[in-house]
Each structure stands twice: as structure tokens, then as C-alpha cells.
Design a binder for this molecule. Structure first.
Ligand code: 0X9
Ligand code: ZN
Length: 305
């Protein structure tokens, strides 16, 4: 099996970022956007094709939740595919010639590391709480979108703890600040999670329908259809709160409210048989089908402009 068909500990991912960016320096640039609670660097890889800068951009993050190991594996898979097949496959060539892609392979490095060493089922980051022994904030409840309302918790001991205030966590603040600083360029926001095989779009923070609901629905439907055709796998799709559950403070809703009209959260494989413990033998198919959906959505967004 190849490097990309295995899961990798945090140190290896940092090493991979370094190696890949040097090997493909023409296509890849590393940007340090901040650091975690435990001072691990948050590196973003900027992928670009030919043509003049600055371009419109796509943002993609992986590893918000520590135990969702298929997510960082997908970001790595995606970067490798992009640099490998740029100028060979027409779809990724077109995408990279029209848009830059910012990829954050691990938004929650402390939690990811903890899930390798101490507790495989860890979800949150590793921030300490004042006068409470419980550790960690759910980074996907810490963004400024109906923050800490129903569907999240103000108890530091809960898995969906929202943190002390919106963007209280350095990981969420780094991502928010970086995207805010490029908000007129970023047209598509993608956040990769697992599991349950869904393509989710705003809102998750309320039952309200977004103005371009129909457009997002069609884009997601087409992506899910391509997964079905090519990989015979079923992905559901829909607005988060209505088709999944109410979950405020998420990065996708925050990005949408910032003005990024195309915002999606992916829940990759599987459907619950292995759940977060997806065996390495499933990485290839899980990533291939997700890649199909990313390309489909990116090309849909490019066509709109
Ligand atoms: O609850 C979440 O944060 C995500 N599901 S997961 O099982 N990976 O934890 C869903 C996120 C959907 N979007 C928002 N809640 N904004
Ligand atoms: Zn998640």
C-alpha cells in the first residue's frame, strides 16, 4: 500500500508537508497561519496553477475533530492528487488554473496527536479550562455563528463545548483571521469530517433556509450523484440543521455568513460499521469518492462566475 493509504501520526504529517512543498515548489507554498494551544504550527498549503495572481480561491480544512482520521488523510490525498495530475487530468488542471486552493491538513493538531497517543476517540482540541478539570473545546462549535446556542454546550466536560467566547480557541481564531483577510477572494469553503456520508450546506446553526438554498442543493445533488455513479456509494445531502442536526458555531455557517456563498461540510465514510475507526484498507475508496465530490463542486462554482 502507498503512503496515502495509511494513517500518519502528526510528526509524519509535518514532515510530509515539508517534503511535498519542497518537491513541488512550483505548485505549492506553505503558509503558517497560527499555532495551536500546545504551540503546534498550523500550516496551510497553497496550491496554484498557472496564471496571474491574485486569483479567486477555495479553502479546504481537515482534522477539526481529532478522531476523524480519514479527514487529514483526505487533505493529503487531495494535495498529492493535485500536484501529481496537474497538467495531466483536465478537471484538476482547470480548477487550479482558475482558482488557488488553500488546504489546512490538520486544524486540530493537539487533539489529533492526543487521539494517537492517549485516547483514540478524542474529538475536541486540548485547551485547559479555568476552574474545571475537563479539557478541550469543540472547534466546530467555537466559530461565530449563533455561537453556543442549542446544539452545543457551555459545559467544558461535554463533547460539544463551545468555548469561552467565539474564536476563543487559537485554532479557530487562526482560521477565521486568515479567511477574513482573504474574504473577497475565497469563493468556496470546504470542511472535511467523518463519518456518515453526507454533503452538508448551511445552515446548521438554525433551521432557516439560506437565500441560495436551491443552488447549493443542486450542487450537492450533482456531487452525490457522481459518487453514486462512479463508486456505487450513497451520500446524502442537504441543509445541516434540517437534514442532520442543529449544531451552531460551525465553521461552514461562519464562512457562509462572512459572504462565502458556497460552503460545504463533508462527512466522509463510512455509514457506521466502523465509524471513526475506518480501517486503512478503506482510505483509497473513501478519498477517491470524496475527491470526485470536491472536483464536481469546484467546477460547479467555477461555472457560476
Ligand atoms: O457536529 C459536527 O460538528 C459535524 N459532524 S461530526 O460528526 N463530524 O462532528 C457536522 C458539522 C455540520 N456543520 C455545522 N454544524 N455547522
Ligand atoms: Zn467532525
Amino acid at each position: 500500500t502507498s503512503y496515502y493509504e495509511r494513517y500518519h501520526p502528526l510528526e509524519d504529517i509535518y514532515h510530509w508537508i515539508n517534503k511535498t512543498s519542497r518537491e513541488y515548489s512550483e505548485r505549492l507554498q506553505v503558509i503558517l497561519i497560527g499555532s495551536s494551544v500546545e504551540k503546534q504550527p498550523l500550516f496551510v498549503l497553497k496550491l496554484s496553477g498557472k496564471g496571474h495572481q491574485p486569483k479567486k480561491a477555495i479553502w479546504m480544512d481537515c482534522g477539526i475533530h481529532a478522531r476523524e482520521w480519514i479527514s487529514p488523510a483526505f487533505c493529503m490525498w487531495f494535495v498529492q492528487y493535485s500536484v501529481m495530475f496537474y497538467n495531466q487530468h483536465s478537471d484538476i488542471t482547470e480548477i487550479l488554473d482558475k482558482m488557488d486552493i488553500y488546504v489546512l491538513p490538520v486544524m486540530n493538531p493537539d487533539g489529533y496527536k492526543y487521539s494517537w497517543i492517549e485516547n483514540r476517540m478524542w474529538r475536541k482540541n486540548r485547551s485547559r479550562n479555568v476552574d474545571n478539570a475537563c479539557v478541550g473545546t469543540d472547534l466546530n462549535r467555537n466559530f461565530d455563528a449563533n455561537w453556543c446556542t442549542k446544539g452545543s454546550s457551555d459545559n467544558p466536560c461535554d463533547e460539544t463545548y463551545c468555548g469561552r467566547f467565539p474564536e476563543s480557541e487559537p485554532e479557530a481564531a487562526a482560521v477565521s483571521n486568515f479567511i477574513r483577510s482573504r474574504k473577497d477572494l475565497v469563493k468556496l469553503y470546504l470542511s472535511i469530517h467523518s463519518y456518515s456520508q453526507m454533503l452538508i450546506f448551511p445552515y446548521s446553526c438554525s433551521y432557516q433556509e439560506v437565500p441560495n438554498h436551491q443552488e447549493l442543493y443542486e450542487i450537492a445533488r450533482e456531487a452525490a450523484m457522481k459518487i453514486k455513479i462512479h463508486y456505487k456509494n450513497n451520500y446524502k445531502f442537504g441543509a445541516g440543521a434540517k437534514s442532520f442536526y442543529l449544531a451552531p458555531g460551525g465553521s461552514d455557517d461562519w464562512a457562509y455568513n462572512l459572504g462565502i456563498d458556497y460552503s460545504f461540510t463533508f462527512e466522509l465514510q463510512d455509514n457506521g460499521r466502523y465509524g471513526f475507526l475506518l480501517p486503512p484498507s478503506h482510505i483509497s475508496k473513501a478519498c477517491s469518492e470524496a475527491l470526485t465530490a470536491v472536483k464536481s463542486i469546484a467546477l460547479s462554482v467555477i461555472k457560476k462566475r
